[in-house]
Design a protein around this ligand. Structure first.
Ligand code: OSB
Ligand code: MG
Length: 368
């Protein structure tokens, strides 16, 4: 495929319900979509960068700029055999992994269409359905959180993850465990604690959590390894895992016993597969994280989750939990058993709703 043009679009998508983490609250998602035009095909990718550089250093306006100035020009006019050919062409730019992932994933999306293969098969997936959990943000009250958990369990979700931070943690976990002693439960701190909280975090062991996600600094392996030695509960790293090399270092050090893979965070499908393969070698399970994606990123997360070592329920949940209307058809739906069925259709398996995308677009640029 020869890359003839690259289009960027920013969509303004209000969330059905605000999402709050230890680093802040989001009401409206600014979604950055890219398309690659090639031989009459259009590959779609989503840049999962946030509105602010709080989850990681990337943010949507920065990603937009680096794509227009550096990444898109490095791909234009090039002929690719596959999505795998993208990352070497972008390697001169350091980091900016979410920006790179949007382009690389768009190329895989186009490749799957060109080869008339389901994207999940192209990625090497084997699962015909994937297990789903939900990530529930910090709420205005404990009661509100318990109501939300009740709704999600009734919908069939297999694992509940709550966001925690100092002041919104043990009391909440206690109440959840009292009401639901048996459910798969985990928590995600998005780096809200320090090693001074070690005794406090040890207290979490009594809640039988599946994992504690990224309790300490977003760039740390060493202190997570020290903390992991003190805890019975498995740690899971999210923010800290930038690549397969990082995953290898974290697992060798014993910084975590579970890994969250986000395709945007690691720079695209090829690196996500590489991270997956490293964890498999170490006998460590992974699950697919989420970044409040629109249907495009969501469909890509669904495809990635079909790889064999995605053994734990991911944060890949139904479109309607986020959006009044999603930009794909059908929307991502979750069964009463808490699973998503994998489509046999070629490509991403979900059609693009271009009319809706046009309606939601607030900024557009084309690099030719
Ligand atoms: O840490 O997993 C995270 C959302 C935005 C940024 C970071 C995270 C999250 C989530 C939500 O937990 C996952 C989702 O439902 O998409
Ligand atoms: Mg996380």
């Amino acid at each position: 495929m020869r890359i003839e043009a690259i289009t960027l679009r920013e969509l303004k998508m209000p969330l059905v319900h605000f999402f709050e983490t230890s680093f802040g609250r989001t009401y409206t998602r600014r979604v950055l979509l890219v398309t690659l035009q090639s031989d009459g095909l259009e590959g779609w990718g989503e840049c999962v960068a946030g509105e602010n550089p709080y989850y990681s250093e990337e943010y949507i306006d920065g990603a937009w700029d680096v794509i227009v100035r550096f990444l898109a020009p490095a791909l234009l006019g090039k002929t690719l055999q596959s999505g795998r050919d993208v990352s070497p062409l972008l390697a001169q730019v350091r980091e900016h992994r979410m920006a790179k992932a949007a382009l690389e994933n768009a190329a895989w999306d186009a490749e799957a269409q060109e080869k008339r293969l389901p994207l999940w098969k192209l990625l090497g997936g084997t699962r015909r359905e994937i297990a789903c959990g939900v990530s529930i943000g910090i709420q205005d009250s404990h009661e509100r959180l318990l109501e939300k958990i009740e709704t999600e369990l009734a919908a069939g979700y297999q694992r509940i993850k709550i966001k925690v931070k100092p002041g919104w943690d043990v009391e909440v976990l206690e109440k959840i465990r009292k009401r639901w002693p048996e459910i798969l439960l985990s928590c995600d701190a998005n780096s809200a604690y320090t090693l001074a909280d070690e005794q406090h975090l040890k207290y979490f062991d009594r809640f039988q959590l599946l994992m504690i996600e990224q309790p300490l600094w977003s760039d740390d392996f060493y202190l997570h390894a020290r903390l992991q030695k003190q805890l019975q509960t498995a740690l899971c790293l999210d923010e800290a895992i930038h690549s397969a090399r990082y995953a290898e270092a974290a697992l060798e050090l014993g910084s975590c016993r579970i890994v969250n893979i986000k395709v945007g965070r690691v720079g695209g499908f090829s690196e996500a597969i590489a991270v997956h393969n490293v964890t498999q070698k170490f006998g460590v399970s992974v699950w697919c994280g989420g970044m409040l994606e629109s249907g495009i990123g969501r469909s890509h997360n669904v495809a990635l989750s079909t790889l064999a070592n995605f053994k734990l329920p991911g944060d890949v949940s139904a479109s309607k939990r986020y959006w009044k209307e999603d930009v794909i058809d059908p929307e991502v739906e979750v069964s009463p058993q808490g699973t998503i069925a994998i489509s046999d259709k070629p490509g991403r398996g979900y059609e693009i709703r271009k009319d809706l995308i046009e309606k939601l677009t607030v900024r557009k640029d084309e690099v030719k």
